[in-house]
Design a binder for this molecule. Structure first.
Ligand code: PMP
Length: 446
């Protein structure tokens, strides 16, 4: 198995040569917040699968719901005149869950990239239906991550995810993100930086022409870009600017929805109602590939009033509204709310954040500690704190390797160590993660 893992399987986001040299760890089992590899080694999964396994790996109610649905109706299409009962029930539960976010309709997808693609398509179509066909461009944040499809890649803020696939979707422009530790304005005050970034957004809109822009897409807390929470004034500022210019605000909450930030959604954390919200990941906690785009009443009304005879919603996936995914999502949503996992995320997140700040006191290699909003945290490693020169990539890789040996799986992204454990984490698990990181950092001499 180990040899075949590198020989016949191309692993995503991994150089094939790396897989051959350094065979990826084969995970063979998991229970609660712990994973077990092929050698029988166990670790707390501080990655939470891939930011998605909020309820942990052994949620019986979800497994039972999936099994029952498989027995009853494994699949039926939701296209043109048919639907299924599980997905209708889910749409209604999501409408209630996202009511405070002002979102009332659900369009179902097979995952996060699909959700982003759908939101971009709906945004363009919304303006066309309203007679503003010239609104086709998209704005997004530098360092934002919006998935793998060509639309999502085009709005990705990180050039590494874009340039290999050019030419991409024309009309996508990226504006500075409020990243306090490093920014083009050299501004260390988060509130002032938020204002500067909002001014840069205004400038870009003026430069492009507001009437050419369909939507602004952003993550309420930048995830894959290195867990970068903005100042609390930033997203409300973006909302105000978008509203004033008739630009739709798409919240990409593939990571932040369903409690990870301590609030039920990242938009709610900042007191913002987006026009659309992309969700996936924790909607089914990894038990089934699934996603949903939530749509506001006012956007929905535009589509619902279109009586031109065109298909109001001109796209869909074979698995838009998969009944087994819907059954998994219904069980996850009920369990997520019953356990109030957002509250545990906030409490354990605060402990983990305090622990990381303490580690920064002992390890020179930690340039920046980011967290403070639930279980979404990062350490940014540097070669030199004064110059903020990023750590050589061997350093975070070594920290990860030793931390895993010491009982915690963490994720490396650039010079960042990212933590997004299941939201059912205990204080004991927090300590395991902290001491594993401490050992990893000590091993690198940082
Ligand atoms: N948007 C965001 C914010 C994400 O973090 C991700 C995945 N990490 C995606 C979109 C793409 O989701 P998926 O991998 O399920 O296609």
């Amino acid at each position: 198995l180990k040899a075949n893992n590198a020989r016949s399987f191309w692993h995503p986001m991994t150089h094939p040569a790396d897989s051959l040299k350094n065979a990826p760890t084969i995970i063979t089992g998991a229970k609660g917040v712990r994973i077990r590899d092929i050698d029988g080694h166990e670790a707390v999964d501080a990655v939470g699968g891939l930011w998605n396994v909020n309820l942990g790996f052994s949620c019986d109610v979800v497994k039972q719901a999936i099994a029952a649905q498989l027995d009853r109706l494994p699949y039926y299409s939701t296209f043109r005149g048919t639907t299924n009962d599980a997905v209708i029930e889910l749409a209604e539960e999501l409408r209630l869950f996202f009511e405070p976010d002002g979102l009332s309709r659900a369009f179902f997808t097979s995952g996060g990239s699909d959700s982003v693609e759908t939101a971009l398509r709906l945004a363009r179509q919304y303006h066309k239906v309203r007679g503003e066909a010239g609104r086709v461009k998209f704005l997004s944040l530098k360092k934002g991550y919006h998935g793998t499809h060509i639309g999502g890649a085009s709005v990705n803020g990180n050039a590494n995810f874009r340039t290999q696939y050019e030419p991409l979707l024309p009309g996508c422009f990226h504006v500075p993100a409020p990243y306090t530790y490093r920014n083009p304005f050299n501004e260390a005050d988060p509130a002032r930086l938020a204002q500067l970034c909002l001014a840069a957004l205004e400038d870009e809109i003026a430069f492009q022409g507001a009437g050419t822009i369909a939507a602004f897409i952003m993550e309420p807390i930048l995830g894959a870009g290195g867990v970068i929470p903005p100042h609390h004034s930033f997203m409300p500022g973006v909302r105000e600017i978008c509203t004033r210019h008739g630009i739709l605000l798409i919240a990409d909450e593939v990571i932040t929805a369903f409690g990870r930030t301590g609030a039920w959604s990242g938009s709610r954390l900042w007191g913002v109602q987006p026009d659309m919200m992309c969700t996936a990941k924790a909607i089914t906690n990894g038990y089934f590939p699934f996603g949903a785009v939530m749509i506001s009443e006012s956007v929905a009304q535009v589509f619902e009033r279109d009586e031109t005879g065109r298909a109001a919603i001109g796209h869909g996936y074979t698995y838009s509204g998969h009944p087994v995914g819907a059954a998994a999502a219904l069980a996850c949503l009920a369990e997520t709310q019953r356990l109030r996992v957002n509250e545990n995320a906030a409490a354990r997140g605060a402990e983990l954040h305090a622990g990381l700040l303490a580690l920064q006191g002992r390890h020179e290699a930690i340039g920046d500690v980011r967290g403070g909003h639930g279980l979404m945290l990062a350490l940014e490693l540097v070669a030199d704190r004064a110059t903020k020169k990023p750590a050589d990539k061997a350093v975070p890789a070594r920290v990860q390797q030793v931390a895993y040996q010491e009982g915690a799986m963490v994720r490396v992204s650039g010079a960042n160590i990212i933590l997004s454990p299941p939201l059912i984490l205990t204080s004991g698990d927090v300590q395991v993660i902290l001491s594993a990181l401490d050992a990893g950092l000590s091993a690198t001499g940082g």
